[in-house]
Design a protein around this ligand. Sequence first.
Ligand SMILES: Cc1ncc(COP(=O)(O)O)c(C=O)c1O
Length: 329
Amino acid sequence: MSSNKEAIEKFRSIPKLSLSNLGTLIERCERLSMIYPELPNVYIKRDDFIGSLVWGNKLRKLEYALAEAKAHNADTIITCGSIHSNHARITGQVCRRLELDCILVQNGDKPESPSGNALINKMLDIPIHYVSSPDERQPKMDEIADELEAAGHTVYQIPLGASNATGSLGFVAAVEELVEQQQKMDIRFNAIIHACSSGGTQAGLEVGKRLFGLDKLQIYGISADNSAEKIKETIAGITYPIINRLGFREKMCEEDLHVDDSYVGEGYGIPTELSSKVTRQFLQIEGIMLDPTYTAKAAAGLVDYSRRGKFKSTDNVLFWHTGGLLNLL
Ligand SMILES: Cc1ncc(COP(=O)(O)O)c(C=O)c1O
């Protein structure tokens, strides 16, 4: 850890906003092993309690992204996602509190009777530009930004999921939080398992693990949609600039990353037999809600990995609940 001292100091000096209830609880899930005796010691990191109404992993990333936007004196934030995007809705909601204008670019058709995140976006009265495919999001964001800048606005763009070298710092900070919690709980986690998609969460965790010396910690990202290959490439692309910025020596190859796309099933947001079953079990046995798009697939991965003997029975495995519960509605 001492060799990274300067990098840690540099990391701590990066500006961030305080938007969430950090130090989210870590709870033990003992009851699940009654039905899955092969489970290791499962704990859950409750980022679903990270802030009232704005639950989830995205808030950690926005603390850095929006601090940077403020430092640039931005008056308008543009971001994107699918019409069900948690990130897009959370960004809109937080921008209201920060008195920033927010514009969303979303792929999909304008919903006739919006629900979940789309309903909150409507209630927030946020301008939304609909495009027909994910590839059209960035060009549309650039077009809107150009128009606004020509009219005298200062625009700050946040990429999909705030998954870049700025937003992902939120998950470097999450590892620092975890280090403190491990010490307080007198426990060491062998593995983290979490849902991934745009890769920023895992990118931050991977950098944080190396920065704070958790060398033995395994990080498993369970994809909600994209191929493992694509996500690994994105993660690597996010981690290099962070490592360079912090100036610590670290080799990280795509081969070191564990990303698994075998629990996606038929696609984004479509439950699988196992994800539906595990969702019911988490709720009925542990009282914990999972969302169908992300956390249910990650929980299916946790159960299946355990059945396949990936963990030792004595391993402490942290299931990182990344939120997303509005998609249930
Ligand atoms: C609830 C939830 N969990 C997990 C993820 C995946 O995180 P990331 O995009 O950083 O890989 C997302 C967003 O895509 C999400 O909304």
